[in-house]
Every structure is written in C-alpha cells, then in structure tokens.
Design a protein around this ligand. Sequence first.
Ligand code: SF4
Length: 324
Amino acid sequence: MDIKTTLLTSLRKLAQQHTKETLGDRRNYLGASDIGYCPRKVILEKINPTEHDLATLLRFERGHMAEEIVANAFAAAGFTNFERQVEVIVDGKVPLRAHIDFVFTSKVHKIKSVLETKSTSNIPDDPYGSWESQLYIQMGALASKFPDYTIRGAVIALDLANGDVEFFNGYSPQQTIFEGLVKKAERLWSDYLTILASKEIELDTDPGPLCGFCNHLTSCPRFEAEEVPQLAASVDELQELQASEKKFKDKIDLCKEKIFAIVQKRGSIKSGGCILRKATRNRKHLVTDRLDQFLRDHGSSIDEFQEDRPFSFLEIKKAKATAA
Ligand code: SF4
C-alpha cells in the first residue's frame, strides 16, 4: 500500500471516529452548521454521504489542529473558565443541535461567550454568512438555556498556511435572525424526511461560488439550463479583480523599471529602510537550435521529443445578447 493510500484510509477512519465521538450520527439531527449551507446539498449529503478525498480529509485535520491551537493558547494564558465542544439542543419542532467549540463562562458577571474556530486558507475581510448563521444559532440556543446570562459571540479564523489570524467579535443573540434560521431548519428537516420516505420533491437550492465543491452539481436543477443567473455576482467580482490585478501589475512593473534604472546606473543604494541593488542570477537555458542540430545529425529531431499536453483554464467571453 503506498503512503497516499495509507493516509487516505487512516484519515477516513479517524474522521468517522471523530464525528461519532463529538457529533454522533448526523443523519438523526440537524447541526447548526447545516443551516447556513445550500439545503439540497445538506439533505443529499445526509442521505448519501460522499466518501471524502484526501484533500478534504486534510482540511478536516487542519480544522481540528486550529481548534487545538486555540485551546492550548487559552490554557497557556491561564484561562480555566472555558468548556469545549458544548452541545446545546434547540427547543422546537425539529432535532436541531448546536455544537459549540468554546464556551467561556463568567459566573460573577453572568456572561457566557461563544467562540467558534474556523480554519481557512486566505481569511476573508468579513466573516462568511454561513459562519454567522452558525454563530446566531449557537448564541440563540445558549440564550434560551441560560436566560439569566448575557450571551456574546465571536469567530476566530486561522490561516495555518500563512500564519494569519483574524478575530470577528461583538456578536450578540438576535431573536429575529434566530427565529428565521429555526424556520429554515424546519423546512430543511421536513424536506429531508420527505426524501427519506422516497417521495419526489424539488429541494430548495442556494447556488453560489461554492457549488464547484458540491458533489451534487451535475444533477442540480440550477445547472440544468445553460444560463445560471445566480452566479452573475461572482463572475462580476472575478472580472473586477482581474481588471485590478492587471492595473496593479502594470503599476508594479513601471515602478520597478524606474527604480531599477537608477540602481543600474548608480549601483546599490539604501532607501525606505531597504537596500536596493542589481542582482544577477544564472538560469539553465536549453539551446534548442543546437540540440535540434545534434539530434538531426543522429537521425532524429527535436519534434520527436515534443508532445501536446492538455491543460484547463477558465475562459470568460462576452455572451451574445439573445433576442427577446
Ligand atoms: S450545486 Fe450548488 S445549488 Fe446545487 S445542490 Fe450543490 S450547492 Fe446546492
């Protein structure tokens, strides 16, 4: 068995064990994190859970590591007033449970603070809507269990690859948002039971840029038609970013060119707390003309050693307006 297969099978086993120990059987209830995602995806994943690939399993492990890092840091800082993996059952018509990464309690001040840990590559400027939905359910659930306590909430996002941390603080329970999310949970649960009873219904969808990571995209009704209007905002955002990238690249190139021209004439200088100098490196360069000549002298040619390899990229072209 090669190392990748060993990793894959062992991490799958570990992930199942971890889910069983901390979350139990997720087919029997809705988790707070389920509510922020596309209902169709959540339901189909509950019915036919996909076997996770190595990349996903490594992402899960990164999530556990992030949580351990935060726990160790709080313990080292002398905090003893927190509990981990706190399960709170939401009262209501559907089995909805919140599993909270950290709950800090001040008995003196009667405050309970929820802290949700997120591990991500490239921390967003603002927390994702799905993170906030999860937090509002967690805070709402805790508020109903501890009416004499003030409840607060925060998300800590860690980017382990780049060593970046962001703290999104200042949340408090919002009854209207909580009730709206519980309503969404009720609809989701009822649709889930209908599908389990083998009845045909069209499930609610929430198409967005994360659809590319959904295992149910090819059967998704939102992608049946050629036109998917719900992605327009993401396409616009990408095009705007590409335009700014080009603008910045042009500016950077121009700036570099000007400073390099000075350094080339003047030699090394110090400025802005930096040393600016001309650096020269050697790079191995294949002289194809000579190689081709050599090969031809030996009855071959460079063409015989070149092959086409397919590669894929995202091409964006303006679509022709269709007649009304
Ligand atoms: S492709 Fe997108 S909209 Fe369709 S089920 Fe998956 S996440 Fe939902």
